[in-house]
Design a protein around this ligand. Structure first.
Ligand code: PLP
Length: 369
């Protein structure tokens, strides 16, 4: 029997008791999975070809410590030097190491980030003992730069914001760079920026305290390979590398390095996939709005759907789930009345709307809303 956390900690002394992050369900294949923002399209064809001919004997040796070809491909994509690039096993790992490197040794001032954002930020702060303070977004889920004008040990902004999909402009990022106290670091988590038309990456040349993180999970259809990276001033990258080397000096496997570089080099395929997802995202948002749901403008591969009440959101979640369509619900303050729905293929979205309309018709018949 699975022991609860309380009895586990009594089982032997000194076990970790912190609250971990809970990710969305992975129900396996055969359902329509719109709950964890994966890409519905396969990775670039070159990735699949390379898998077939990969020289397995390479796996007997340790991989390159610095990400090798993958790091060069990332540097070329963004027009930066490879000394400005750090690679890791998914941007979650890159972000965790960044929190430690940038905030884990600093002054005892709180790191600031919005109340409605990627919930892993609080987990890392707790884990590393970093003081933090959440800054409430406005009613419209937009941040106000003024609210960050307070003593801080750094700022974290997810842009486009996880959960809402809303993107802030370069002016807002500039304001955050101004508000970061005494050169403390601003981390911009751009897990979804490939779907958007703005990125803060170019600002690293004028802002030595800016670190931008990215993921290959969403835009490159490689969630299962675990690849992410950070871009910033070489001094930030050196600090990040020192933290990584104090933890695991071979983080990116040889297979991931090879396949990740191929995925990034196929720009044509990448643009085709991103365009398809964006188009479906726009159509999906419009379809929800036409049915009376509130959907903020999204710059990511998901929509954040206001259902009117927490009861209705949960009831829709359950109905869809019973019918093989998985979407995400967060039982959290301010967002209990919403569902976050990832963008699938057009035919997946058609099934979603077919089931949703079925639900709405049933509700109308039974006279309850
Ligand atoms: C998905 C996601 C990540 C993590 O991505 P991985 O590269 O798969 O670890 C980080 N930040 C945000 C906001 C995300 O949505």
């Amino acid at each position: 029997m699975e022991m609860d956390r309380e009895s586990k900690s009594r089982f032997v002394a000194g076990l970790y008791k912190g609250e971990p992050y809970t990710s969305g369900e992975q129900p396996g294949f055969g359902v329509i999975k719109l709950n964890t923002n994966e890409n519905p399209y396969p990775p670039a064809p070159g990735v699949l070809d390379a898998l077939k001919v990969f020289d397995g004997s390479r796996l007997g040796l340790y991989p390159k410590q610095d990400g090798g070809k993958l790091r060069e491909a990332i540097a070329a994509k963004h027009g930066v030097d490879s000394k400005n690039v750090f690679v890791g096993n998914g941007s979650d790992e890159v972000l965790a190491l960044s929190f430690k490197a940038c905030f884990g040794f600093g002054p005892e001032r709180p790191v600031l980030f919005p109340d409605v954002t990627y919930s892993f930020y609080t987990v890392w702060c707790e884990f590393f003992g970093i003081p933090y303070e959440t800054i409430p977004l406005g009613e419209d889920f937009r941040p106000s730069a003024r609210d960050y004008d307070k003593p801080n040990g750094g700022i974290v902004i997810c842009n486009p914001n996880a959960l809402t999909g809303i993107i802030e402009s370069g002016d807002f990022i500039d304001a955050m760079l101004d508000e970061a106290d005494a050169k403390s670091v601003v981390i911009v988590d751009e897990a979804y920026a490939d779907f958007a038309s703005f990125s803060a990456v170019n600002k690293i040349f004028s802002a030595p305290n800016l670190l931008v993180t990215r993921s290959l999970s969403k835009s490159y259809s490689l969630a299962g390979l675990r690849l992410g990276y950070a871009i910033g001033d070489s001094r930030l990258i050196e600090a990040l590398t020192a933290v990584k080397d104090s933890f695991n000096s071979y983080p990116v496997g040889a297979l991931a390095e090879t396949l990740g570089a191929i995925a990034i080099e196929d720009e044509v395929y990448f643009c085709t996939v991103v365009d398809k997802v964006r188009r479906t995202q726009n159509e999906t948002a419009d379809r929800f709005r036409a049915l009376g749901f509130d959907v903020p403008e999204s710059a990511a591969n998901f929509v954040f759907v206001g259902c009117g009440s927490a009861e209705r959101a949960k009831s829709i979640l359950e109905y869809l789930r019973k019918n093989g369509v998985y979407v995400r619900y967060f039982d959290k303050q301010r967002i209990r009345d919403r569902l976050r729905i990832s963008i699938g293929r057009p035919k997946d979205m058609d099934v979603l709307f077919e089931k949703l309309e079925e639900y709405l018709a049933l509700q109308e018949h039974s006279g309850i809303e």
